[in-house]
Design a protein around this ligand. Structure first.
Ligand code: THU
Length: 127
C-alpha cells in the first residue's frame, strides 16, 4: 500500500470535519491488517468535551467492521504541518496496533514521516 494514498484519503476526510468551535479540521485514514481502509474526521459539540478526534472516528469505523489490527494511520490537518495524534488517540491506537504499526504525518509540504505507534506512547497502558 502506498502511504501517499492513505494521506490523500486523510486530506479528503478532513474536508468533512465539523469544527465550528476550534476551526481546526483533522482527517485520518486507517489501513488494517486485512488491507482495508477507513477514514474519519473530527466532530465537535457545543458541550466541548464531547469532541471526537479524527483518529478515533476512523478507528471506530474499523472496529465496527470487525477490523482489530491497524497497520498504518495517516493524519492530516490543513491548519498545521506535523499534526500528531493527541494523547487519548495514542492510547486508543496502542490498543489496536499491529506489530510495526505506523503513524504517518505530513512534513515539509509533501514528505511523509513515519513513526511506530509504540514509539509514540512508550510504556503504553494495557491489561
Ligand atoms: N483533534 C483531532 O481530531 N485529532 C488530534 O489528534 C488532535 C486534535 C481535533 C479535536 C478538536 O476538534 C480539534 O482538533 C482541536 O483540538
Amino acid at each position: 500500500m502506498d502511504y501517499k494514498i492513505l494521506m490523500e484519503k486523510a486530506m479528503e476526510a478532513s474536508k468533512n470535519a465539523y469544527v465550528p468551535y476550534s476551526k481546526f479540521p483533522v482527517g485520518a485514514c486507517v489501513l488494517t491488517e486485512n488491507d482495508k481502509i477507513y477514514t474519519g474526521c473530527n466532530f465537535e459539540n457545543a458541550s466541548y468535551g464531547l469532541t471526537i478526534c479524527a483518529e478515533r472516528n476512523a478507528i471506530g469505523s474499523a472496529i465496527t467492521d470487525n477490523e482489530r489490527k491497524i497497520k498504518a494511520i495517516a493524519i492530516y490537518s490543513p491548519n498545521k504541518e506535523n499534526c500528531y495524534p493527541c494523547g487519548a488517540c495514542r492510547q486508543v491506537l496502542f490498543e489496536f496496533k499491529s506489530q510495526d504499526g505506523v503513524v504517518i504525518i505530513l512534513k515539509n509540504g509533501d514528505e511523509l514521516a513515519l513513526h511506530k505507534i509504540e514509539d509514540l506512547l512508550p510504556g503504553g497502558f494495557s491489561l
